[in-house]
Ligand binder design. Sequence first.
Ligand code: XUL
Ligand code: CO
Length: 438
Amino acid sequence: MPEFYAAIPAVAYEGPGGKSPLAFHFYNPDEQILGKPMKAHLRFAMSYWHTMCAEGADMFGVGTLEKSYGHADPMASAYAKAEAAFEFMQKLGLEFYCFHDRDIAPEADNLRETNARLDKISDKLLELQKSTGITPLWGTANLFSNPRYQNGAASSCSPEVFAFAAAQVKKALELTVKLGGQGFVFWGGREGYETLLNTNYALEQDNIARLFTMARDYARSIGFQGPFYIEPKPKEPMKHQYDYDAATAIGFLRKYNLQDDFRMNIEANHATLAGHTFQHELRVAREEGFFGSIDANIGDPLLGWDTDQFPTNVYDAALAMLEVLNAGGFTAGGLNFDAKTRRASNTFEDLFRAYIAGMDAFALGLRMAAKLRADGRLDEFVKARYAGYETGLGLDIVRGKMNLPALEAVALEKGDVTTTSGRQEYLEHVMNCVMFGC
Ligand code: XUL
Ligand code: CO
């Protein structure tokens, strides 16, 4: 097999003192933290689409980093990409990857031929998986790029388009099972609307649930045991997307009785587009029992779109990893770098450096989250803040022993109440003290 990134060595842990740009300084895969190796906490995955396919094109210009891997023929290029992908993951010590059907093989003129291409490429992927031990964290169907999905996929006004979406999901599920993928994602980029003037809102949502139900039933019939994930996003490409945020998606799953099979795949930049923090979305998923997986990236607070930048903000990563730890850690999920290098970072070395930056940021996040838990001041503060609900009046409210007249009697007798401080600035200072060791 040719070496595609010959100039890049296998990336090793050098420790915090080192200055090598192609080494980890905080991610030490086998180091034990809270009784588990770092790699088992973090379960890093490579996104096939950004890493192997996206060439840096934007709305104003073509790509800046060519990724055909020496082949003009699209299928020959797809085979080379598969080999390059495994070299890339091995050099970084990534044990998982995430893929759309259309990332791994180019679409042909018709569905039959497209599926035949997927069969061939997945044989190759399986061979590479067997020799490296790397497997898919999750698979998904690209139900947004082909022009037929301009009005949506499951939410399209056309039943024939619905049929194409269903056919694609069926094949993507078969591929995920064949490759031993642990989960299956639905990101509804085109499942929404531009204007309600032309939209049957109720039918579109019912139809999305119909496709999810068919996918669940078919997947279980072919031996897929893992979770399905919804990946909420409020907008882009559609003006309004139905899976707006975690709370909306969870309500949808409960309405259509899909709550036992589906979890959340929370993406940091989607959270900020919805007007939430990354931590908020993870907290909602966790507290509602829908914690699943993460698409790790970061947006730009000055830009209103999905920039998919590599996550380098340690403060955010620490708060995210605190939610992961408090959820009991990942089971089938993990941290998928749904992130791309900036257009001007136009070399393969930049791609390695970007993954190193992201992996080190989450390694720091894990270390900081473990320290915050050990310190205990944040947890203690929250516990003390709500302690009133553990005894007396509070306990009676929680246990359903009170009603409005009884509570009115309490208020009348008390006359007034004293309130306590939320101490936000102190708590932010505690975080800094724990993270930076003051
Ligand atoms: C788009 C996005 C997707 C999903 C998979 O914003 O995040 O790449 O992760 O379809
Ligand atoms: Co994503």
